[in-house]
Design a binder for this molecule. Structure first.
Ligand code: NAG
Ligand code: NAG
Ligand code: NAG
Ligand code: NAG
Length: 346
């Protein structure tokens, strides 16, 4: 007996309805488990608030997307195409410092390389006791997603001057590569001071003049207790690092040159990291308004470093500047000797 039109319609609706309900049920169950999983993780994190993990800088992968497309268009091997799987990896290289040496610029410029993924924020794992107590799992959780063939790099400038850090990094990976970016020590000290000064001005607070901080009024000599002076004595900190790592595991980047002529410096870093030479002049264009290089990831996506970088330094009394330069001179000589890289610092 043929079905009436109404019956036929009812049957169809029943099938359709079941499908919809089934799908909904599936989704609810699935989301439910996801939520519960997330809850468990949240509770775990809440046990120790310091161990809450940071955000995931997925936007950093924006230009990696373009690379993936390129690989598709090319005659890529199966292996190359399997790179769709995003994972988190411990850093193969760390930019350990130095503060105001150009660590942010270096990190951003290295992120131009298709095989490099960078942690967008300073992780401060090895220099912060609370974070360090969370363990390497926490460190890994704070790394960005990457493809298996890429390497992850993070930067935390405080690592260089924090006593516990070299040993802690050594315990994680004794063959890790270490990048140290330095600037002419007096310039760096002024830049260090300027950053603190701007912070104070922002809060409407007054701050001593550079000259007052940098000179010990009792002796009229350089005040070696002032942190901005100490940090510029690169050799002192490097020698401590060398108790754990051989000098071959370090690469020194010229922070002054990275600003005026970045490409040769980046080529040397690529070589040190055993990466194919990929960053080219195309990726770096000079912005005359800013007086600084901007980064071009691809024809659509470019990025200029934020405004606080490259801020104007106060004028420093020339005789005090000369005094500082004389003070740093012997330490600089030692630094050249240890690293095998000579700069034309005063
Ligand atoms: C793609 O790769 C295969 C195997 O490597 C090769 O035989 C073929 O010629 C390639 N095709 C193109 C267009 O390059
Ligand atoms: C340690 O770092 C080196 C250099 O980047 C890398 O080749 C090696 O795979 C790393 N080892 C571990 C266990 O991550
Ligand atoms: C700083 O001072 C200026 C002018 O005296 C005032 O307009 C501003 O709100 C103050 N800012 C803060 C953060 O107190
Ligand atoms: C150059 O820098 C200025 C000032 O920061 C900015 O407004 C402009 O968009 C930049 N131009 C390019 C091409 O990046």
């Amino acid at each position: 007996m043929p079905l009436s039109h109404q019956q036929w319609l009812r049957q169809r609706l029943f099938v359709l309805g079941s499908l919809v309900l089934g799908s909904l049920f599936f989704l609810v169950v699935r989301e439910g488990t996801l939520d519960r999983l997330q809850l468990i993780c949240l509770i775990k994190d809440r046990l120790s608030p310091a161990c809450a993990s940071g955000q995931i800088p997925l936007h950093a992968l924006q230009h990696k997307q373009a690379l993936r497309l390129k690989l598709h268009r090319r005659n890529s091997t199966r292996e190359q195409l399997q790179m769709h799987h995003l994972i988190k990896q411990l850093p193969r290289a760390i930019i350990i410092g130095v503060r105001k040496g150009g660590t942010r610029a270096l990190l951003e410029m290295l992120s131009l390389h298709p095989d490099v993924v960078t942690a967008s924020q300073e992780v401060h794992f090895f220099d912060n006791d609370l974070s360090y107590a969370c363990g390497v799992d926490w460190y890994l959780k704070n790394m960005p997603f990457s493809f298996p063939n890429q390497i992850t790099i993070e930067k935390s400038p405080a690592y260089f001057i924090t006593e516990e850090v070299p040993e802690r990094i050594f315990k994680m990976n004794s063959s890790i590569k270490l990048l140290l970016i330095v600037r002419e020590p007096t310039t760096r000290a002024v830049s260090d001071y300027t950053q603190v000064l701007k912070g104070k001005e922002h809060k409407n607070k007054t701050y001593d003049k550079f000259e007052e901080l940098v000179i010990d009024t009792n002796t009229c000599e350089v005040n070696t207790k002032y942190k901005a002076v100490q940090t510029s004595i690169y050799t002192k900190y490097l020698e401590h690092w060398l108790k754990f790592f051989p000098i071959e595991q370090f690469h020194i980047v010229d922070g002054d040159r990275l600003i005026t002529d970045p490409l040769p410096e980046l080529k040397m870093v690529e070589q040190f990291l055993n990466l194919p030479s990929q960053i080219s002049q195309y990726n770096l264009y000079f912005n005359a308004t800013r007086g600084f290089f901007c980064l071009r990831f691809n024809f659509m996506f470019n990025k200029c470093l934020v405004g606080s970088k490259g801020r104007i330094h106060p004028n420093v009394n020339p005789s005090i500047k000369a005094k500082l330069e004389r003070f740093f001179h012997p330490f600089n000589q030692k630094f050249y000797q240890i690293t095998g890289r000579t700069f034309n610092w005063p």
